[in-house]
Structures are given as structure tokens and as C-alpha cells.
Design a protein around this ligand. Structure first.
Ligand SMILES: [Fe+2]
Ligand SMILES: [Fe+2]
Ligand SMILES: [Fe+2]
Length: 326
């Protein structure tokens, strides 16, 4: 991540916001992936802010969600300023040990706090943006303290060497596991695609509210699918990751960096085939799994995606009815 110290022009401000956005996309994944690589309800710490005994995994997911909201804020402001929000991301990593992931998370928080707090804005040039940057930076300060306390707790408990979940090698031959990975990549793609259109139509609440709801549903599906993968003896994948000899996975492209559609019609046209595709894959996977909790969960995802399909088909048709709609 490059630092940008002096913010004088609109171009400087947009540059800073996009550097920050590429960071926020990365950590919104990275933390959630780190969380879904460790067991639920096993490692606890005393949270320094909430003053409460807290599950490390659950709080790491919460921090990932905070980062998603930072991305949303930044994307909306960039678009309002006439810029184009970036969908590139900083590098995402996963280490074999839980402790090493937490170390990285804490170091990342300190680095981004520095990016935000070292930006020197020309006086009165962008007061609201300057204020927003300070506000975001104190979320990062809180996150850093929380990750620090999580690391302390692992040390105190003597669980510093605990490992992340590893996929069972036999799963390569299990169609339902491979299909769930594919579906989870699609959920990720759809969530970010919807967010791009949320930014694009940010000036009008009608489309943004509807599209944002779908983005959040897809984020939840991604999240729930990550839990299902653990129940299947697997673990959430980092897209386009390479693993080195020490078992460290690194990806520079954990999500697609471009999504087609630059106006109302061309954006909406892309959604129907995407929703149809994911629906077909959920129908297929449901036919492969046994009756029970996993099937019930997948059926809920399928049902909501069918609702999305109905919505996006009508968003498009209704837009086509209106002449000169931009
Ligand atoms: Fe953040
Ligand atoms: Fe953070
Ligand atoms: Fe959907």
C-alpha cells in the first residue's frame, strides 16, 4: 500500500480514497477467511473495548463486516466526487497457524491507521472527507487493539501453535464440495457486482436500496457457505491463491476486478443471467447432499436467489418501459 501524505486537489483526494478502498476490499475478505479457517467457540479473549469475554472467530467476522462498510462508504463518496471506485484489491494471505493470521491482521490495521492518519489535507479543502478519514481510522485503532488482545489470549492459553482447518484431500473427488466452492466464488462475485451498481446508482435511493439488499444477501450466503464447507470437512478457498513451501497462501486477485455495465440498462442486463446461473448450481448441489441441516441451509440460499431473480427481471423490464431513462 502506498501512502499519500499531501491531499490538495480533487485528484489527490480520489487517489487516497481508492488506495484505501483497495485495502478495505482486501481486509473485508482476509479477516472473514481467517475467521472461517478456525473453530467456532473454541478460542476466547477479553475484548479491551467491549470488556467482555468474546469468541475470537466471531469478533474477527464482525471486524470483516466493519471493513465491508468502510468499502461501501469509500465507494459511494468516490462516485459522488465523479471518480471511479476501484475493484482491485491488496494482497490477501492465509498462514497455516491461527496466531500468524492474527499477527498479520494487527499489522495490517496499524498500516492502514497510518495511511489514514498521515494524510495531510489542505485546510478547508475537503472537510467532510477529512472527517470521514479520521472516523474510519478510529475503527482501525479499535480493530488493532482487539487483534492485539486476541494474540495475547492465545499466548496466555498456550495455544499459539494452533493450526487453521485444512481441507481433507479426498474432497477433491467430492462433487458437492467442489460445487460449493464454485457457488461460493459466484456469491462473492455477485456481492461485489451488486455493490458496483449500488455505487453507480448512488444518487437515487430506489435502485441502491434494492441492489444493496441483494448484495448483503450474497455476502451472508458467502459467509454461511464458508461454515458449511467446514461441516463438509473442507475450508473456504482464497480465489487465485498460490501456496508456498511453508503452506502460506497468497492471492493478488481474491475477487474479479471488473464488472460490466456502465449505465442503468447495461448494468441491470447483466444480473438476470448471473442469478439464473447461481440458482441452477444451488439446484444441482441440493440434489447431491443428504437431507438435514446443510440441505436446509442451501435451500434458504436458493429461495432468496429466486427472489433476487424476480426482482432483477422486473428492474430491467421496468427500466425498459421508460423512454429516456438514464
Ligand atoms: Fe477498514
Ligand atoms: Fe480495520
Ligand atoms: Fe442472488
Amino acid at each position: 500500500m502506498e501512502n499519500l501524505n499531501s491531499v490538495k486537489t480533487k485528484e489527490d483526494a480520489l487517489r487516497l480514497l481508492n488506495i484505501a478502498l483497495e485495502h478495505e476490499w482486501a481486509v473485508s475478505f482476509e479477516y472473514t477467511i481467517h475467521a472461517y479457517s478456525m473453530p467456532k467457540g473454541k478460542y476466547f479473549y477479553e475484548d479491551p473495548i467491549m470488556k467482555n469475554k468474546t469468541d475470537i472467530r466471531a469478533q474477527t467476522i464482525q471486524i470483516g463486516i466493519d471493513e465491508m462498510y468502510h468499502s461501501l462508504q469509500l465507494g459511494i463518496i468516490i462516485t459522488q466526487m465523479g471518480g471511479v471506485p476501484s475493484f482491485k484489491t491488496d494482497e490477501v494471505r492465509r498462514y497455516p497457524k491461527i496466531m500468524d493470521n492474527l499477527k498479520r491482521d494487527k499489522a495490517t490495521e496499524d498500516m492502514v491507521t497510518n495511511l489514514y492518519q498521515s494524510a495531510e489535507f489542505e485546510e478547508s479543502a475537503f472537510p467532510k472527507i477529512e472527517n470521514m478519514i479520521w472516523n474510519i481510522s478510529y475503527d482501525e485503532v479499535r480493530h488493532s487493539k482487539q487483534f492485539e488482545a486476541m494474540m495475547e489470549a492465545l499466548k496466555m492459553e498456550g495455544t499459539e501453535e494452533s493450526l487453521c482447518f485444512q481441507p481433507n484431500p479426498e474432497n477433491i473427488h467430492k462433487e458437492e464440495v467442489q460445487l460449493l466452492h464454485e457457488i461460493t466464488h459466484l456469491e462473492n462475485e455477485l456481492m461485489h457486482r451488486y455493490l458496483k451498481y449500488v455505487f453507480l446508482f448512488g444518487e437515487h435511493q430506489d435502485l441502491t436500496q434494492r441492489l444493496f439488499k441483494n448484495a448483503i444477501d450474497h455476502m451472508r450466503h458467502w459467509d454461511k457457505n464458508s461454515g458449511i464447507l467446514i461441516n463438509m470437512g473442507d475450508v473456504i478457498q482464497i480465489e487465485n491463491a498460490e501456496k508456498d513451501e511453508n503452506g502460506v497462501e497468497v492471492s493478488k486477485n481474491p475477487m474479479p476486478s471488473t464488472y460490466p455495465g456502465e449505465d442503468r440498462l447495461t448494468a441491470l442486463e447483466t444480473l438476470t443471467p448471473k442469478e439464473e446461473n447461481i440458482i441452477a448450481k444451488y439446484e444441482k448441489i441440493i440434489s447431491l447432499v443428504e437431507e438435514g441441516e446443510i440441505e436446509d441451509q442451501l435451500k434458504l440460499h436458493l429461495a432468496l436467489n429466486r427472489e433476487h431473480l424476480f426482482t432483477v427481471e422486473w428492474l430491467l423490464k421496468n427500466a425498459q418501459k421508460i423512454k429516456d431513462l438514464k
